[in-house]
Design a protein around this ligand. Structure first.
Ligand code: AMP
Length: 123
């Protein structure tokens, strides 16, 4: 699947669409989800053009991969929900159609600030 430059997160990265920013560095951008599912619902995205986790792991550099995963913990710390300074959180990444992915730019959801509940709820 080729990368769609017009996806909403690509537009956010280019500054064409605003976001409620939490954290940014060379490798990641993090912002609040526009439709929060939990008390805290953040998103972390890599700066590079990767459609999903498989694309990222197959094609990103080691620096990008390290920077991205370190970024998740940096964001959790900033939100006060990491194991070091809070009660923990859940990460989730939807991949492809069966995974329920809507935006075709790799993103990790971070849910926290309250008990997150069952891992997978059938609906
Ligand atoms: P997914 O279903 O894993 O692809 O999740 C996409 C997420 O992006 C959803 O939780 C949306 O609420 C969120 N989202 C879509 N557009 C925006 C936006 N402009 N700013 C912040 N979050 C967004």
């Amino acid at each position: 699947m080729s990368y769609d430059n017009n996806n909403i997160f690509a537009k956010i990265l280019r500054g064409e669409v605003p976001c409620d920013k939490i954290y940014e560095d060379e490798y990641v951008l993090s912002f609040y989800d526009v439709n929060p599912q939990k008390k805290i619902h953040a998103l972390v995205i890599p700066k590079g053009k990767y459609t999903n986790l498989d694309d990222f792991n197959e094609n990103a550099s080691e620096k990008e991969i390290l920077g991205f995963f370190r970024g998740v913990t940096l964001v959790a710390k900033k939100l006060g929900i990491s194991i070091n300074n809070g009660n923990g959180y859940r990460t989730l990444s939807n991949i492809g159609s069966d995974g329920g992915q809507e935006v075709p730019h790799l993103h990790f959801h971070i849910f926290g600030g309250e008990k997150i509940g069952k891992m997978v709820k059938n609906d």
